[in-house]
Design a protein around this ligand. Sequence first.
Ligand SMILES: Cc1cc2nc3c(=O)[nH]c(=O)nc-3n(C[C@H](O)[C@H](O)[C@H](O)COP(=O)(O)OP(=O)(O)OC[C@H]3O[C@@H](n4cnc5c(N)ncnc54)[C@H](O)[C@@H]3O)c2cc1C
Length: 466
Amino acid sequence: MYQKLTEKTIKALEGIVGEENLIIKPDDMEPYAHDEVAELHHLPEAVARVHSSSEVSAILKLAQKELFPVTPRGAGKGLSGGAVPLQGGLVLSLEKMDRTVEIDKENLMVSVEPGMITGNLQREVETQGLFYPPDPASLDSCSIGGNIAENAGGPRAIKYGVTKDYVCGLEVVLPDGTITRLGGKTVKNVTGYNLIQLLVGSEGTLAVVTGILLRLLPLPREHVDLLIPFNDFSQAARSVAEIIKNRIVPAALEFMGQDSVRAVEKLLEKEVPFDDADAQLLITLDGNDRRTINDDYEHIGEICLNNGALDVLVAENTATRERLWHARKMIIEALQNLSPQRIMDTMDVVVPRSRLPELLAGIKEVSRNEGLEIISFGHAGDGNVHVNIIKNIDEAVWRDKTPKTVERIYRLALSLGGTITGEHGVGLTRKRFLSSALDQCQIDLMKKIKKDFDPQNILNPGKIFP
Ligand SMILES: Cc1cc2nc3c(=O)[nH]c(=O)nc-3n(C[C@H](O)[C@H](O)[C@H](O)COP(=O)(O)OP(=O)(O)OC[C@H]3O[C@@H](n4cnc5c(N)ncnc54)[C@H](O)[C@@H]3O)c2cc1C
């Protein structure tokens, strides 16, 4: 159905973005052929690095006329294959649209372009005493546009929510090239359906995001981090339940098993605190009132020690806090490093917080039964677990066992009232499981929405739907 890019189309694309922003040499296109999912690779026919919404609009109008597929791309740090140009065609890279348009201190909002690196956005607003809370572990390399497209989350979701909770306005280009602006600086807006929330998390299949207006918070003045080791994960799980029951809501509440900690040590070639503990909780408290934070951390310490914690390490200065978080942020890379080919299958299941112990016990049982090394870590505070099957076995065994194992873990999460992805998206890697997570009526509605936005299916085809 799609047409290959002809010489004439390439010339037209050069006319839109300039010769220097159109990549057509296979070697130069290589970085755009994959995201962070190992083994998923597909070269596009060209890559266009755009600088404005009018360039995006002209490209999409051309794609409609010439019938070539267009895959939007932020920084290519996705973990579901969303930016992989499965059908060839054009990769539309937003990486050059990376400016801050305005920091509005009166309305507590920031307006940015989609290619901006999330960590840069956070640091920039922090210089003004403002706070953009969503904090994916990849924040120093992923783009805010990619975060919108995936509805990215992070450790701070437990207290502050995820990307969707901060988006007040979007400028988008629809697949037919129409540029439209949704929402704005008002705090309230119930005029019609909430199209912004439909587009957040739509994985680049409905529209290309070219402008973003985000709500900000005042930057909390005080922070404390606690690292708490346990001899047994069930003690950590009991502590988490009790912390929440006591109405303490930390800014982050993460868990790591000994296997993750050892993997980080191997990667960094240095010791990480409490590496002989079975499990660790990494907890952040923030706010403006030092006394409340101190009370809360003492209370958390008591709860954990009563549940068998081996120690409570308190980090109050920035350097120590960053050191503790560095190990947590390196886990994905460290686990990739355990496989000779740097390959692992990463799942992103989420269950109600209270069912987390059952999920983790079930995953351990699957790992034992299948004889595969499965390492889990993640967000104890919101029930979102990253489950990684490490490819350190024979290719034939891997091919035989991995699909069954993945299916068993998804079925387990669903049986506990959870779902198959909490923050990484469906993309390519999870689309075959969509019908186990959603009923047919919902899938049909979603397909109709896709068809209304994009009747010729030129925008990011082959994603989400099996
Ligand atoms: C080490 C590591 C840690 C990670 N930790 C987290 C985490 O804690 N939390 C989390 O949520 N994710 C995490 N991720 C996953 C990833 O970083 C996020 O999904 C992020 O949002 C991807 O952003 P990106 O700019 O790299 O997007 P890309 O990979 O380039 O694209 C992702 C999807 O968004 C679409 N897209 C990108 N830009 C646009 C746009 N402007 N308009 C329309 N569609 C667009 C693409 O088509 C694709 O479908 C992690 C990844 C890595 C490698």
